[in-house]
Design a protein. Structure first.
Ligand SMILES: [Zn+2]
Ligand SMILES: [Zn+2]
Length: 340
């Protein structure tokens, strides 16, 4: 079968590999759509590492069950795969935070993923895809939607009436903005370097937008717009400037949440302002069991919209992904690899 594999930083290839067998008791899924996420691009451009190479990337997996152990799931079932498999036994799992599992195994990161004709998925990672949610939309739910759901509902814990700043309105931020609106946010500000992303943010419920210009202080702009700072700022980019901007946008007693994945160290406010203003800074990673179903349900009943996607045939995907990795995810559509 065909598989897009990472052989090293900058070395992504369309390979012919043996199809997975069911030796491990997993389910074999015929891939219909598999999203291209920001963290994939970090692997491709070398700013993130995996020990397992060559590795088939792709962790936003949607497809049809081709083969499954008896008594689990019927062949032909339309499915979405949750990204992470966890151990149930480590300290983090026991305290109910399997997203932080010490022995976590993620599809397309620790084991072969979905940029391929077929992928092997643990039975309990599978969720049924609602028929009204397209494969491409469901793909974005698997990671971007789930991660945003956990970030907004638990880590940011957005309360009715609170003012919220969303920094970065790509795939994650598009979900984050709409989930903040559903949580009853009293005013939503959206900031991005991409004007197209901000137009979409307005259409999805942002009350104000800020186009971030190079070298400009996001915090100063937001404090003017929000009369002294927002209650909560959530950053979905992972760049040091975006994290710094989110922190400098919150009011005294406010909180900032880092969701983006980046490797630049962050320099921000002096200690005296943290103590005097009792700021809170926290992170958010992945999602918990049930989150993917929740996001699929919201997509199915029309409560939220998936970010726009652009299908790319698996045969043409390597140059498309490589060029995206070189210039970074823009605000436009999210690429979805489609093997069939
Ligand atoms: Zn991802
Ligand atoms: Zn665990």
């Amino acid at each position: 079968m065909r598989a897009i594999r990472l052989h090293g930083p900058g070395d992504l290839r369309l390979d012919e590999v043996p199809a997975p067998d069911q030796s491990s008791g997993s389910v074999i899924v015929d891939v219909e759509a598999c999203g291209v996420c920001g963290s994939d691009l970090h692997f491709v451009n070398g700013t993130a590492r995996t020990d397992h190479m060559p590795m088939t990337l792709g962790h936003e997996i949607v497809g049809t069950v081709a083969a499954a152990p008896a008594g689990t799931v019927e062949p032909g079932t339309e499915v979405v795969a949750a990204v992470g498999e966890f151990c149930d036994e480590c300290s983090r799992c026991v305290e109910g935070k399997p997203n932080l599992c010490e022995r976590a195994s993620a599809l397309g990161i620790d084991v072969d993923g979905g940029w391929a004709d077929q992928v092997e998925v643990p039975v309990r990672s599978l969720r049924e895809r609602p028929s009204s949610v397209s494969p491409a939309d469901a793909a974005t739910a698997a990671d971007a939607g789930t991660t945003a759901y956990h970030a907004i509902t638990r880590r940011a814990a957005v309360q009715p009436g609170e003012t919220v700043l969303i920094v970065g309105v790509g795939g994650l931020g598009t979900y984050g903005l709409q989930l903040a609106r559903l949580a009853g946010a009293g005013g939503i500000l959206a900031a991005d370097t991409d004007a197209v992303a901000l137009e979409r943010a307005v259409a999805l419920g942002a009350d104000e937008t800020v186009l971030i210009e190079p070298g400009e202080s996001l915090g100063r702009r937001i404090k003017l717009l929000s009369e002294g700072g927002v209650d909560v700022a959530i950053e979905f980019v992972g760049a040091a400037a975006a994290v710094d901007g989110a922190i400098k946008s919150i009011r005294p007693g406010g909180r900032a949440v880092v969701v983006g994945v980046g490797i630049e160290p962050v320099t921000t406010l002096p200690a005296v302002l943290w103590s005097n203003h009792e700021y809170t800074l926290t992170g958010a990673y992945g999602g918990l069991p049930g989150d993917l179903e929740a996001v699929l349900g919201l997509l199915a009943d029309g409560s939220i919209n998936a970010p726009p996607t652009r299908p790319v045939d698996i045969n043409e995907a390597v140059p498309a992904i490589t060029s995206l990795a070189a210039r970074g995810l823009g605000g436009a559509e999210r690429l979805v690899v489609t093997p069939r």
